[in-house]
Design a protein around this ligand. Structure first.
Ligand code: ADP
Ligand code: MG
Length: 319
């Protein structure tokens, strides 16, 4: 089972940023209002993600590390329409198989917290407030071939920050902080959706973009699309979310790009933040363990909706 987990880890865990993404996903699932990420050496030496969410009862701590153990799917119908971010209990088991992992957690009403060391299985009392802290040390220490593929600490840190940025854009109701080597690397306090975009991507992103909002059949779209100046500066900043989950999708990208080209005769990638809400039964999120790809039941419908929304947003700005 250890080997199976390590193979699964190859799919889920590519670098420290993948660990950060999974741990922040879990913290959000737990209803956290504040999430703090502490990194050492770009996350390679240590990743600590602290939240103030619901916590894990001590008897469930060992379960959290077991493969396919998830507290988030109650029946098969839910599996079809997973509204939470998790990929069916793979992440923690996979991460634990390629690192030195420990969990400390305390639930509401518990007299104190508990800490579980994944390697030794030792469960000990821990003094802490409500919530969960998961610490991942020495990523890939047992798989030196994988560790060799990691880049410089600065590069790994940048990927970790980008991973939190993706969550932060879509969850303005949650506060985020990232510390590296004891220094604050980034911090986003709770804010309105628009203010959060400004905080994360800069005031110039707001100034250089137009709001977008549309409803098309089973879809709802909100976000911002950048004007040409922003495309020049930030054309690589394309954030697409489906039901709160960061994704990359060729049809969405093409819908936005073709609309931008048609209205502004641009020849660059536009910058945008695009949040799509869709009936969960019309999208399959379990295409890949990293969850970055989705499969729409009707891709053309989504393509058209995105295209029309972007055209409408840009046409207004030219009038
Ligand atoms: P999944 O998120 O798909 O359920 P994970 O392997 O990421 O699978 O996590 C396994 C389980 O551990 C979760 O289902 C949840 O019960 C528990 N868990 C993990 N992280 C947290 C957290 N920060 N707060 C509360 N529970 C957590
Ligand atoms: Mg998870």
């Amino acid at each position: 089972d250890e080997l199976v987990s390590q193979i699964a880890a190859g799919e889920v865990v590519e670098r420290p940023a993948s660990v950060v993404r999974e741990l922040v996903d879990n913290a959000l699932d737990a209803g956290a209002g504040q999430i703090t990420v502490r990194l050492l050496a770009g996350g390679v030496r240590s990743i600590l993600v602290e939240d103030d969410g619901c916590g894990i009862p001590p008897e469930e701590l060992p379960l959290a590390l077991r493969r396919h153990a998830t507290s988030k799917i109650r029946d098969l119908h839910e599996l079809e329409s997973v509204a939470t971010m998790g990929f069916r209990g793979e992440a923690l088991a996979a991460i634990a198989s390629v690192s030195d992992l420990s969990i400390a957690s305390r639930c509401e009403g518990a007299a104190h917290g508990h800490r579980l060391d994944a390697r030794t299985g030792e469960l000990s009392p821990s003094a802490r407030a409500r919530g969960t802290s998961i610490e991942v040390r020495e990523l890939f220490f047992s798989t030196p071939a994988r560790r060799k593929f990691l880049k410089s600490d600065a590069t790994e840190l940048a990927h970790c920050v980008e991973s939190v940025r993706r969550h932060a854009l879509v969850r303005p109701d949650v506060g985020f902080a990232i510390w590296h080597e004891g220094r604050l690397a980034a911090q986003w306090k709770r804010a309105s959706p628009q203010q959060r975009i400004a905080d994360v991507l800069g005031e110039d992103f707001i100034e250089g973009s137009r709001p977008l909002a549309a409803e098309a059949g089973p879809l709802r779209l909100v976000g911002r699309v950048g004007l040409p100046d922003l495309a020049r500066a930030r054309g690589d900043q394309q954030y697409v979310y489906v039901n709160g989950r960061y994704v990359r999708d060729r049809q969405v990208a093409h819908g936005a790009r073709s609309a931008y080209d048609d209205v502004l005769h641009g020849n660059r990638q536009p910058a945008y933040v695009l949040m799509i809400e869709i009936d969960p039964l019309r999208v399959d999120v379990n295409v890949h363990p990293t969850k970055i790809e989705v499969r729409f039941r009707d891709g053309r419908e989504v393509h058209q909706a995105v295209r029309r929304a972007v055209i409408a947003a840009l046409a207004v700005s030219r009038a």
